[in-house]
Write a protein that binds this ligand. Sequence first.
Ligand SMILES: *Cc1c(COP(=O)(O)O)cnc(C)c1O
Length: 369
Amino acid sequence: MVIEDENPYLLLTPGPLSTTPTVKRVMMRDWCTWDDDYNVDVVQVIRKQLVELAGGSPDTHTAVLMQGSGTFSVESAIGSVIPEDGKLLVLANGAYGQRLAKIAARLKIALVVEDSGDLSPPDPVKLEQTLADDPTITHVALVHGETTTGMLNPLDKIAPVVKAAGRVLIVDAMCTFGGVPLNVNQLEIDFVISSANKCIQGVPGFGFIVAKRTVLEATAGWARSLSLDLFDQWKTMEAGNGGKWRYTSPTHTVRAFAQALKELEKEGGIAARCARYTESQHVLSEGMAELGFPSLLPKDVQSPIITAFPFPTDPGFEFKQFYEELKERGFVIYPGKVSDRDTFRIGTIGNVNADDIRRLLTAIKETKR
Ligand SMILES: *Cc1c(COP(=O)(O)O)cnc(C)c1O
C-alpha cells in the first residue's frame, strides 16, 4: 500500500504542526501496551532521550510521559508537586502564563500572580524582592516561550534568582523544548514540561515532564488528581523493566514521537533545529516588514518559534478573507490577541523551512488588499 502525504496545506501554527511523512507512516502498526517491544524499546528509549535533550543526566533527572494535550501535563505537574501548605508564584505575560495561574486557582493552591503585561518579560529584580518579602512562596512557575506573543522569556536570568532563594522552579517549555536550547542542570530547573506535538515534531496525544529526581521523589501522595498523578505515573513507568503507563497510552502517538526524536537527532539535534527555525523566523519577519506587516515584538525578545503581527490599520484588511486566501494557497496561519490589539501569528516550527516561508511571503503579496 502506498501512503501519500495528503496535506493540502502547511500548518504555520504553534502545534499541532506539519510533521514529516516518515513520522506519520510509523503510526500504521498497532502496539500492545503490555509488551516489552513497546515499553522497553519505545517508551524507555524516549524517556532516556528526553532527559538527554534537557541536559540532565539519568542519575539526577528522570522523564515522565503523561496522556493528554500539553495542558494536561502542566496540570499534572502543578497539581502534583506542590504540597498542601505550599504556595505558587506565577510569572505571567500572556495567555499561557495565565493558564498556569488558572490551573493553580482551580486546584485551590495558594497563589500569587505577577503579571508583567503581554509585551514585557518578567523582571528578575522584582522577583528577587517578591521572594524575599514572602517566605511562604515555595514554588515559582513561568512559561519559557510565551506563545501568545512569541516572546522568549529570560529563563537564564529568572532561574538563578529562584534557586538563590531556595524555591522549586517549574517551567512550561511547551513550545520551545527541542527547538530552543535549555539545560536543566545549568539552570537547576526542577520540572520542565512540554508535549509531543511542538518542537520535537510529533503528533498530539501526550506531554512529558523532565524532573529532578530528588524533588519528584519527595512528592508521593501530594497529587490532587488520580489520572494526572505525576508521582504515581512515574513510579509505574519505573517499575519492573519500566515503560508502563497507568491507563491506556496513546501508542500510535508514542511511536510517532520515537520516530520524531530520531529525526531530530538526524537533523543535528536542538542546535541545528534552532538554527533552522531561526532562519525561517528571520526570513519571515524581514519579509513581512517589507510587505507592511511589522512584528509585534522587538527582535531581542522574539523567539524563533512563532511571530505575532498586529492587524494592519488599513481599512481594507479583513483577517477572515486574508486567512482563507492563504489557506487556498497552501498555508494555514493562526489568529491571536494581545491586550486590546488584534494580531495574527505565524509559526516557524514543524517540518517547515525558509523556502516555505519565502513561498508564504509570495502568497501574502498576492492577497487582495
Ligand atoms: C501549546 C502550549 C501549551 C499546551 O497547549 P495544549 O493545547 O494543551 O497542547 C501550553 N503552554 C504553551 C506555552 C504552549 O505553547
